[in-house]
Design a protein. Structure first.
Length: 413
């Protein structure tokens, strides 16, 4: 950490332009204490790392999180100076006694307080969720800025995201998920936009990079310059699912899906055209949409009589037992009941595809049967036709700023 207290309570910050000789002299004359727990601190003045204060071994400080690496310390320092350079009211390592937390930075921006956490190493999902709740309880908006060392590109437009990192996403209407990164080595921000996960850890996304010196604080506290969503890339994911051979040791959900398709005399690669789409809020399920959407179609929706309404509540009751058994898992992000939004979002998506029709706030009815392709070539053609129709409708609603009427439109495959 960069800050400490003298015995009389006066704060000292190592970011105030000290000379090495001055700090060595001060270390001989003064004792330093943690501003949170009041335990004695060591002043580290090595030549290879940032000068910093550190707790002694076996410290019991409740505000002390994971050990700070040189990468983390350098990034925190650069961000502090960057915000100060834009004439913002910013404090570093301010202890909040009510919630017993010490964010990296506290910033006042446009009359709102933000806690900026620069997270460079993995932490338990429960810890990041608890910290976010704590800030919100005292009226501070948490901003989780991931270290640039956490940006894992696997191939063009494909990235790996760990479970705890989902708590760092920002949600911009109508359905743009964004993750923010900062690399102190490159002095550059990176923003992943239009994050569309297709498995527990892999996602499609659009990457925007921005040098520190040319980035305005608004990009951190509000939506950065928005990139166009290239949703048609999702067809590559569907093609992968259709080409993929059965695994030698399939997971529980994969085994269940194979048995389900077998009951209907269908090969694995010819699953319904209506399954496997990035419908609204689908990311609340950690399970692939290819799995849970196929399940809903065969185990519930296809059994509904044509034109007879059914409720969202009945659909949720159908899938909930399978979640309790661990067959389908929800992503551990803020909203506990987010999977209900995912189910409703998928029903709305099926309305766009012309499979369902919405008759009320939470009432739907089936108006046709699912489409089962007969060959792989037909599957690719019908997938592409459905994507063009549905993604075009979403883009039109997004560009007009009105996403309310989208459920009333139909798209016949």
């Amino acid at each position: 950490m960069f800050t400490a207290e003298y015995q009389d309570g006066t704060t000292i910050s190592l970011l105030e332009g000290w000379q090495l000789a001055e700090l060595k002299q001060l270390r001989r004359e003064q004792e330093f204490y943690c501003r949170s727990c009041k335990e004695p601190l060591l002043l580290k003045l090595g030549g290879k790392r940032q000068w910093h204060f550190a707790h002694r071994t076996k410290s019991t400080c409740k505000a002390m999180g994971e050990a700070e690496t040189p990468y983390h310390l350098e990034g925190k320092k650069q961000l502090y100076y960057w915000l100060k350079g834009h004439s913002l009211d910013v404090g570093i390592e301010i202890y909040l006694p009510i919630i017993q937390q010490r964010p990296d930075l506290v910033v006042r921006y446009q009359q709102r307080l933000y806690a900026v956490e620069f997270q460079c190493s993995p932490i338990p999902v429960s810890v990041i969720a608890k910290r976010s709740r704590g800030y919100q309880e005292v009226g501070i908006t948490p901003i989780w800025l991931l270290g640039g060392n956490r940006l894992k590109r696997q191939r063009s437009s494909t990235y790996a995201i760990q479970a705890f990192e989902w708590h760092a996403f920002r949600h911009y209407p109508p359905d743009n998920l964004s993750l923010s990164y900062y690399c102190p080595e490159q002095h550059s921000f990176a923003f992943l936009q239009h994050v569309m996960p297709y498995s527990a850890t892999r996602t499609l996304a659009e990457l925007q990079q921005s040098p520190l010196e040319s980035t305005q604080p608004a990009a951190l506290f509000h939506q950065p310059k928005q990139l166009p969503a290239r949703r048609m890339k999702w067809l590559e994911i569907k093609k992968h699912w259709r080409y993929q051979h059965p695994l030698s040791y399939p997971s529980r959900v994969e085994s269940y899906l194979l048995q389900l398709l077998y009951r209907y005399s269908l090969p694995r690669n010819l699953f319904p055209i209506e399954a496997g789409w990035p419908s609204p809020y689908y990311y609340y399920f950690e399970t692939s949409p290819y799995h849970w959407q196929t399940f809903l179609l065969f185990e519930f929706l296809e059994h509904q009589p044509l034109t007879k309404p059914f409720t969202l509540q009945i659909v949720s009751r159908c899938i909930q037992p399978y979640m309790l058994k661990g067959l389908f898992s929800r992503r551990q992000i803020h909203e506990e009941a987010g999977w209900l939004q995912a189910v409703k979002g998928y029903l709305s998506w099926l309305c766009q595809m012309g499979y369902l029709e919405q008759t009320g706030e939470e009432y739907f009815k089936r108006v046709r049967s699912i489409v089962i392709p007969r060959t792989m070539e037909e599957a690719f053609r019908l997938d592409a036709a459905a994507a063009r129709r549905c993604f075009t409708m979403e883009d039109e609603a997004e560009n007009s700023g009105d996403n309310k009427g989208i459920n009333s439109k139909k798209a016949n495959i």
